[in-house]
Design a protein around this ligand. Structure first.
Ligand code: ADP
Ligand code: ADP
Length: 232
């Protein structure tokens, strides 16, 4: 599903070159819940953002679903990105739009068939347990609810891959479990491959089947895991 090969991202900091990600090779299989862990500044987020080319690698190739994204034209890349959903630590909802409109806008941007957008939006909101909140604004929801809206928005266009950047880092332990259980349901019931970046080992151990440990931009080790479960 994902093959990152010798991927490097170099930034210029204080007039010197600095490798935020340094010659990383990882392989994510279809159906994986793949974790990337490491301390702050290790390069996790940069690595994740190179999977959908939100960051352009300085070197290396990024093959997703058989396509090398670094070789695509702008138009081809926009199309390829439509099968990659993403969620963030701070949810990134549009605050002056309702929950329903947040999801509808995503479907519109993805060129989802116009006549089916409303039905699909309600369907994904139901999937994350929020259809009764469709008319509310993000500020009227709890953190856990906001992240569930962000998840609904990310899966609305039926992506094969969901990228999660510290998805539970601003949530309390109970809400964290609730979000992890939604992510696992998306993996198991919808067959979506998931990559989760986190600095919390408990989060990774509860649902991931593989974890890559990063430090200083490099892969320290990749280990197979037997997911421990979410306490349910
Ligand atoms: P993590 O997600 O593991 O906390 P990041 O990928 O966010 O790490 O950052 C890795 C390193 O790259 C950090 O030292 C960060 O300061 C640096 N970095 C990230 N983005 C930029 C940027 N746009 N310009 C310069 N340095 C950056
Ligand atoms: P969750 O179980 O998703 O974390 P909570 O138990 O925190 O939800 O919230 C319960 C209810 O309180 C929700 O219906 C939500 O709309 C409302 N609520 C939570 N936080 C806020 C807030 N900051 N402002 C307004 N309403 C809130």
């Amino acid at each position: 599903m994902i093959e990152l090969t010798n991927v490097t991202k170099t930034y210029i900091q204080h007039k010197t070159k600095f490798h935020a990600v340094d010659n990383v090779t990882i392989s994510v299989k279809n159906g994986d819940i793949y974790g990337v862990i490491g301390r702050s500044g290790a390069g996790k987020s940069t690595l994740l953002r190179m999977i959908n080319l939100l960051e352009i690698p300085t070197k290396g190739s990024v093959v997703v679903d058989g396509q090398d994204l670094t070789q695509l034209t702008g138009k081809q890349l926009r199309l390829a990105r439509q099968s990659i959903g993403m969620i963030f630590q701070h949810f990134n909802l549009v605050s002056n739009k309702t929950i329903l409109d947040n999801v509808l806008v995503a479907l519109e941007l993805a060129n989802y068939p116009k006549k089916e957008r409303m039905e699909r939006a309600l369907e994904v909101l139901r999937f994350v347990g929020l259809e009764d909140h469709a008319a509310k604004y993000p500020s009227q929801l709890s953190g856990g609810q906001k992240q569930r809206v962000a998840i609904a928005r990310a899966i609305a266009n039926k992506p094969k891959l969901l990228l999660c950047d510290e998805p539970t880092s601003s949530l309390d332990p109970n809400t964290t479990r609730e979000i992890l259980s939604v992510l696992r349901k998306i993996n198991q019931e919808l067959g979506v491959t998931i990559v989760i970046v986190s600095h919390e080992m408990d989060v990774i151990k509860s649902i991931c089947n593989l974890v890559t440990i990063m430090d200083n931009g490099k892969v320290y080790e990749t280990i197979g895991l037997k997911p421990e479960g979410i306490g349910d």
